[in-house]
Design a binder for this molecule. Sequence first.
Ligand SMILES: [Mn+2]
Length: 263
Amino acid sequence: MVRLGISTLFCLSKPLPDAIKRLEHLNRIGVSHVEVVDDGPHELSVRRVGMLRRAFLDRNISLSVHAPFTDINIASISPVIRSAVMKRLRKSIEISVQLDPECWVFHPGIRSAIGDALKGLDWKINLKSTCELLDLAGKYGLRIAIENVPDPFPFLLKRVEDFERFYGVLNAYGSELGIAFDIGHAHINGQVDKFIERFGSRIIHIHVHDNDGSADTHLGIGFGSIDWADVIRAIKEINYRGALVIESKDNIEGSIQTLKRLI
Ligand SMILES: [Mn+2]
């Protein structure tokens, strides 16, 4: 049975207590998982972790954490900047552990603006940072997952072919690293089916939102051009057991109803 989840992305502009109130209501209509975005006004702190535990874990709602992504680039070729980025991400992992999350989701690094002059350096640093995050998460028994991101953003890992190359180099390390499969992002690259076919067993977490195939608009489910009946069928075929986390920015209630009919 696929479980429905909701990301706090749609209410990130509100203070966390207000966002929690909004999500408590959603729980009554079949949402059993919440993804907390550790960024902006919801940045995790001891106090906020307490609030989230009481609101969700105490009511049997499971959690996941989306790593900070504002100004974060794990492939930065500047040692000073990469050090600050990794410090921020280590803090996120360490505090996330207190939420017993199903997984901690992070974005791949970004291509360097002088990447052409320094061939492959950003790619190498992306791998190094990923291994460091895996080592730290491993110490806490925390599962982490890297998310596929869309064109035209200059990320290093967007397409199936990028992930094949990435996992090829990671080797044994790669067995510990799951994919947070973002269906809206894969739709922009025309690779929803290809990702599921190629990486079915690596997909440990799923983000759902809609778009018309041209831009990453995070629309409500059914408001873009994704064939959701087909997507849900494909997800069931790979025996996906994680949560289906709605990452739309609006039409949240409608998205929940639409997905409930399909799953
Ligand atoms: Mn996503």
